[in-house]
Write a protein that binds this ligand. Structure first.
Ligand SMILES: C[S@@+](CC[C@H](N)C(=O)[O-])C[C@H]1O[C@@H](n2cnc3c(N)ncnc32)[C@H](O)[C@@H]1O
Length: 238
């Protein structure tokens, strides 16, 4: 097993989470309740967010032991171990027991690598055949607010449609173009992405894709729905 490493993607995730949490501070009430995270990785992205937002507490899960080893070092170096706690295990098995229903917000840069099977460079990053299995599972997990990365090549139209069926609206998002990294450049993955996009299940360019970090909410007190804008921002052609 290896540790997830992708500087641009993680930096975009961290910056976007920070901005969305800060902009919707009162409505998300994270100063009262904290947030939970699916997928710690090496923790650098969210450790910096915890440093920037003094009232924030995050409890995070990862299934990768080497990632958590690095995460603990990075969190300790930044001096935020009291507010950024990490645990080895499957988010979906353990989050309820740890947080219960009073935690209303989950954050994640989830695994979204699409591939025919789990036999890829880092199997923990497999997002299912269309790449959006974990995002869909997260949307179905019962959190009122879901801040998650949505990749242009991982069937975003199906993700947004499922979110709407579950009563979520797209409040806001931050989108960025990314070059294919080491995980999406793996030939088996890249070929699969091409096929998915050709079949109308996403968008990707020759060397890159778009990713948006999106705030989905079911909370009627947070107005607006930018679902159409989100999908337009993810469209990138070869
Ligand atoms: C794309 S990485 C993101 C890591 C980090 N948040 C970042 O942005 O740098 C996704 C992480 O989710 C972890 N993961 C995969 N499935 C998981 C699950 N069911 N529960 C918890 N973590 C999981 C992987 O091991 C991986 O470290």
């Amino acid at each position: 097993m290896t540790c997830f490493s992708s500087t641009d993607e993680s930096a975009h995730y961290g910056f976007s989470v920070c901005m969305l949490l800060d902009n919707y501070r009162e409505q998300l009430a994270w100063e009262d309740n904290g947030v939970v995270e699916l997928g710690t990785g090496d923790a650098t992205a969210i450790a910096d967010v915890v440093t920037s937002l003094p009232g924030l507490r995050v409890h995070s899960y990862d299934i990768s032991a080497p990632s958590l080893e690095m995460a603990r070092v990075n969190i300790a170096e930044r001096g935020v171990a009291d507010r950024y706690t990490v645990e080895l295990g499957d988010f979906f098995d353990q989050a309820d027991a740890a947080g219960g229903p009073q935690i209303s917000t989950v954050i994640s840069n989830p695994p979204y690598i699409p591939a025919p099977d789990r036999d890829i460079l880092m199997p923990e990053l497999w997002g299912g055949v269309r790449g959006n299995d974990l995002v869909l599972q997260l949307l179905k997990a019962g959190y009122e607010n879901v801040i998650t990365a949505v990749a242009s090549y991982s069937d975003p139209e199906a993700t947004v449609a499922t979110a709407a069926d579950l009563g979520y609206r797209v409040v806001n998002f931050l989108a960025m173009g990314l070059d294919f990294g080491r995980y999406s450049s793996e030939p088996k993955v890249r070929d699969h992405i091409r096929r998915l996009c050709a079949d109308g299940h996403g968008w990707a360019g020759e060397d890159g894709y778009m990713v948006a970090v999106v705030l989905f909410t079911q909370n009627p007190a947070i107005p607006g729905d930018r679902a159409d804008q989100l999908l337009r921002s993810l469209q990138i052609d070869v």
